[in-house]
Ligand binder design. Structure first.
Ligand code: IMP
Length: 173
């Protein structure tokens, strides 16, 4: 098992999160949003970005899983659903990484059926080469190549989430 040196450093992450928060604050000026963090992977990104977004907000969380170690199970399980009613609210979904797109696509359709006033998606990382379903992403932190990464909330087998930077994870070297 090998963890690379930072692929994205703490400073790069902080700068990009600040930029995204400024863009979101501008786009939602005069509105109130419901920020929905997707657990567990987005917990650090969520905590960082909501503190920099300068519009009134409510927060809620969805606890889902779709991954078995480094391979997708193809199955999305909702462990804990939202507590808030999202009807007529401006919802901002905050996700750690979009890989095949299956998870976000499922969540997005599920939330759209509850008739929010709007639904936008902010993803910290976009692993575009692996996409299997197209999902509209409104805010993207970084596009990354097809590598398995850990840190800044992202895990391998629920480990390495507490690394403050993003690193590439290699299993069999
Ligand atoms: P998708 O449904 O294939 O888009 O996968 C989305 C979920 O898989 C993310 O929310 C992550 O929890 C997990 N995931 C995908 N790629 C990685 C990775 O490189 N490192 C850690 N988790 C990942």
């Amino acid at each position: 098992m090998i963890i690379s040196k930072p692929f994205l450093t703490v400073e790069q992450i902080q700068n990009r999160v600040r930029e995204l928060a400024a863009e979101i604050s501008e786009d939602y000026k005069g509105k109130e949003i419901l920020s929905v963090g997707i657990l567990r992977g987005a917990f650090i990104f969520f905590a960082d970005i909501v503190r920099l977004i300068q519009v009134p907000m409510e927060i809620d969380f969805l606890n889902v899983s779709s991954y078995m170690k480094t391979e997708t199970s193809g199955e999305i399980k909702i462990h804990t659903d939202l507590r808030e009613d999202i009807k007529d609210k401006d919802v901002l979904l905050i996700e750690d990484i979009v890989d095949t797109g299956l998870t976000l696509n499922y969540i997005r359709n599920r939330l759209l059926s509850r008739q929010p006033a709007s639904l936008k998606i902010c993803a910290f990382l976009d692993k575009k080469p692996r996409r299997r379903v197209e999902v509209p992403l409104d805010y993207i932190g970084f596009e990354i190549p097809d590598e398995y990464i850990v840190g800044y909330g992202l895990d391998y087998d629920n480990k390495f989430r507490n690394l403050p930077y993003i690193a590439i994870f290699k299993k069999n070297i």
